[in-house]
Design a protein around this ligand. Structure first.
Ligand SMILES: Cc1cc2nc3c(=O)[nH]c(=O)nc-3n(C[C@H](O)[C@H](O)[C@H](O)COP(=O)(O)O)c2cc1C
Length: 240
């Protein structure tokens, strides 16, 4: 497979850097072709400017390079430390600039009867995506009743809004909690777990998000039909 890792960490001696190096070696060892967009090392310009909004015909070279990598990839891994309950700003800025009109959004027929190709369809349909996230907090703090909010909820805007929206199938994330307690033994165990996930990228079942054009939503409101997940609302209602 062709695998793109979009990577955001400023420190080459960080846990994330070590996990990224491990992932590249593991994937290459399995015969995959790997490219890394190391956003800090690339000095990625994360600030969307007025001239890039929204339907500019002329995209800048840095944007076109990243779009080419996405089109090339069969699987895209987004790797980052959890910063303020989300991705680092440099990665958000990568999404904002690379997902241009006609590429990340504004794809397909937009009419009274159709809201385009999105949520399971679109430019990146047929590809897989996975988040690789490290967090300082404890796992129970991110459990369904944990004080930080469930990790599935915190990551929903990324999973559903950034990865699934342009068409990618989203695999369950690879998560490392309580990073402050990492020692050699635990790091070895984490590498082992990560290796398992990387070895099974092609076969792991994606998160079963509902397809926009799969019949579960009424048009044009784009709300779930009454007989679909009756009485349920919130993020989890958008799972089959
Ligand atoms: C600016 C900043 C914001 C952070 N926000 C969170 C957070 O919201 N939740 C959390 O669990 N840890 C948070 N942390 C801790 C990082 O997730 C943790 O330091 C990182 O995952 C460790 O990996 P690293 O050594 O590769 O940086 C934050 C750290 C920084 C520097």
């Amino acid at each position: 497979m062709n695998i793109l890792i979009v990577y955001a960490h400023p420190d080459a001696h960080s846990l994330n850097a070590a996990l990224k190096d491990f992932a590249v070696a593991r994937l290459q060892g399995a015969g995959h072709t790997v490219r890394v967009s190391d956003l800090y090392a690339m000095e990625w310009n994360a600030t969307l400017q007025a001239a890039e909004i929204p339907e500019q015909v002329h995209h800048r070279a840095d944007i076109l390079r990243e779009q080419e990598k996405l089109l090339w990839a069969d699987t895209v891994i987004f790797q980052f430390p959890l910063w303020w309950f989300s991705m680092p700003a440099i990665m958000k800025g990568w999404v904002e600039r690379v997902y241009t009109y006609g590429f990340g959004y504004g794809v397909g027929e937009h009419s009274d009867v159709r809201w385009g190709d999105r949520y399971g369809e679109g430019t990146l349909a047929g590809k897989r995506a996975m988040l690789m996230v490290t967090a300082g907090g404890w796992e129970p703090h991110y459990s369904p009743r944990g004080i930080n909010g469930a990790i599935e909820d915190l990551l929903f805007p990324i999973h559903h809004g950034i990865l699934y929206f342009p068409g990618m199938a989203v695999l369950p994330p690879f998560l490392v909690y309580r990073t402050g307690t990492m020692d050699e033994a635990r790091f070895a165990a984490v590498r082992e777990q990560l290796g398992q996930r990387l070895d099974t990228l092609a076969t792991t079942a994606p998160i079963p998000f509902r397809q926009q054009n799969g019949g579960d939503y009424q048009i044009p409101e784009m709300t779930l039909k009454e007989d679909i997940a009756p009485g349920r609302s919130g993020f989890a209602a958008h799972l089959v």
